[in-house]
Design a protein. Structure first.
Length: 563
């Protein structure tokens, strides 16, 4: 074998860093943060040992030097080693009631996809709203927002992208407006996807942003909501303000979801679809699309017609989906007694209301022709009946790693409270003690939105919410008033693909460059800050009137750690 040609040292080092940077970073991160560990060990301060773990996990989450889900398993190893929590206690946090509720919500979402019910909902809504470009954009935005209330943001976005593409393709075929930029406007290298036009991007942005906003509307809409519920209830078990399913929806949907998504759609019309600029090039293209709306309507009608009549499979999934919502709403509504109060021999959580329909999904058949066989009438079944949901499909499509991510966050938050780390960081925010409460709320909202732009929102929620809980005790503000708006802010990430899966999906699917996403997210981010702040100091007081004052039970929490 001929001796391989030697590579110049500079190129060798460059290639080594290019292809093996993750291994190097995974070793450098704990070495860089080592002073935190040595200080905590020397001074016997567990809060610094926990801070060392938090710093490493945060940097691993941001850089993804090792997979996000594996990073989330580090508390199992290090919290017991540092003497902060026992192994049994840590491991129990990886399968809590909140986490099981999240997993059940994912499975329910998969059942909707499995029977193709999601496409029927989407296409039906578009036909009702209308098929001119502006109405079509509104319809896609609204239906994505609604679907995202009940299934994950990523699933809602992934489901809508093919529908958007089909509509845009027909627009291109009918020469209604340009779907892609020209080579002069945006050069495309060989092998790259053609870049979407400004109008096309508005459709994809609308879907992604609507999925993000819709996820804020219910506890099962996105992982961040359930992370918050678990963290808050663990830290403040004596809180009089309970974050249950109907109460949460009452807080989030009127302003955070409806007003927010309406404003985002309106400003997307101005910035990307030429609203109030009828003589502009984009405005003229949208006008031409409005004149040819019947063409688009015919395409949508054809796709809807191809779905056929609603099957027994879809009907049963719809019933079980409604059953889940009813069980979640009526467990402990707050204003009246629910089924959880009457059957509460032991504490009943929300996971039972989600898992009951999940079990039925695997028990009930897709159709009932076998009843004819029982009566001796054909057609006779030649094979076993399929269930409403296949475990193989669930196993293949469920992101089980998210359970590790949420569980790791719960363990990290528990360790930060028990060790005193969260209190130490909260004390560092004492400068805001003299500020008016509404300014402190605004500060935490801005911090949440800024931090989530650069990393996974679930990871950021796990890091910031425990700190904000302790900050609330320091500045003497109701913990829910300070943490709930900031939690919602952490979900509203519009600028980068890394911030949330919805952004990453549209960038990958449509070939949208990050610079366009970053620019498009400026106005929605400003809207999000304003909406969350107004909601917290107005509508939020109607839903949670107790948050106007610093509560007595919070005074007891100042000197006690979470159980």
């Amino acid at each position: 074998m001929a001796e391989q040609e030697k590579m110049p040292p500079g190129k060798a080092i460059g290639d080594c860093c290019k292809f093996h940077w993750r291994g190097k970073v995974s070793i450098l991160i704990p070495l860089i943060t080592l002073p935190l560990f040595t200080h905590g060990l020397k001074e016997k301060m567990p809060e610094f040992l926990c801070l060392y773990l938090v710093a490493n996990m945060a940097l691993y989450w941001i850089t993804e030097a090792i997979p996000l889900y594996l990073t989330s398993l580090l508390p199992i190893v290090f919290l017991p080693l540092f003497g902060i929590l026992g192994s049994n206690h840590v491991c129990q946090l990886y399968f809590s009631d909140t986490l099981v509720m999240f997993l059940g919500g994912l499975i329910i979402a998969l059942s909707i996809e499995y029977c193709n019910l999601h496409q029927r909902i989407a296409l039906g809504t578009i036909l009702i709203v209308g098929c001119s470009p502006r109405r079509l954009h509104f319809g896609l935005t609204v239906v994505t927002c609604f679907i995202s209330l009940w299934i994950s943001n990523s699933a809602a976005t992934a489901m809508m992208c093919p529908i958007v593409k089909a509509v845009l393709t027909e627009m291109e075929a009918q020469k209604i407006f340009k779907v892609f930029k020209t080579q002069e406007e945006e050069p495309v290298e060989e092998g790259e996807k053609p870049h979407p036009s400004t109008i096309s991007m508005s459709f994809y942005f609308g879907v992604a942003y609507a999925a993000t906003v819709g996820g804020c509307g219910t506890l099962i809409g996105t992982g961040t909501n359930l992370v918050f519920k678990g963290l808050y209830e663990t830290r403040f078990p004596d809180s009089k303000e309970v974050v249950d399913f109907p109460i949460y929806m009452g807080y989030a949907i009127p302003i955070v979801v409806i007003v927010n998504v309406a404003l985002v759609w309106f400003f997307m019309q101005i910035t990307h679809m030429g609203l109030f600029r009828p003589k502009s090039k984009i405005g003229q293209e949208v006008k031409a699309g409005s004149e040819n709306k019947d063409v688009v309507k015919a395409v949508v009608q054809e796709r809807y017609k191809n779905l056929g009549r609603m099957t027994c499979h879809e009907i049963q999934v719809t019933i079980l989906f409604i059953l889940m919502i009813v069980l979640l709403f009526t467990r402990k509504p707050g204003f009246v007694k629910g089924w959880g109060d009457f059957l509460n021999a032991k504490a009943i959580g929300s996971s039972g209301g989600v898992m009951c329909p999940v079990v039925l999904l695997f028990m009930l058949p897709t159709q009932y022709t076998f009843f004819k066989y029982c009566c001796g009438q054909p057609p006779f079944p030649g094979r076993t009946m399929d269930a409403l949901l296949s475990w193989v499909f669930v196993h293949r499509n469920t992101p089980f790693g998210l359970c590790f991510l949420l569980g790791g966050g719960f363990a990290l938050a528990e360790g930060s409270v028990v060790s005193g780390m969260a209190k130490m960081l909260g004390d560092g925010m004492k400068f805001a003690e003299t500020w008016p409460p509404y300014l402190v709320v605004g500060l935490t909202i801005v911090m949440g939105i800024f931090c989530t732009a650069f990393s996974s929102n679930v990871a950021i929620c796990n890091i910031l919410i425990p700190v904000f809980c302790e900050m609330a005790l320091v500045v003497k503000i109701h913990p829910l008033l300070l943490t709930m708006p900031s939690m919602l802010a952490i979900s509203l990430a519009y600028h980068l693909p890394v911030s949330t899966p919805a952004n990453a999906i549209i960038c990958g699917y449509a070939g949208i460059k990050t610079k366009y996403l970053a620019i498009a997210g400026i106005i929605p981010t400003i809207i999000a800050i304003a909406v969350l702040w107004v909601n917290a100091i107005s509508w939020g007081f109607l839903i949670f009137p107790g948050t106007k004052e610093y509560p007595e039970w919070a005074k007891d929490s100042e000197t006690t750690a979470a159980p």
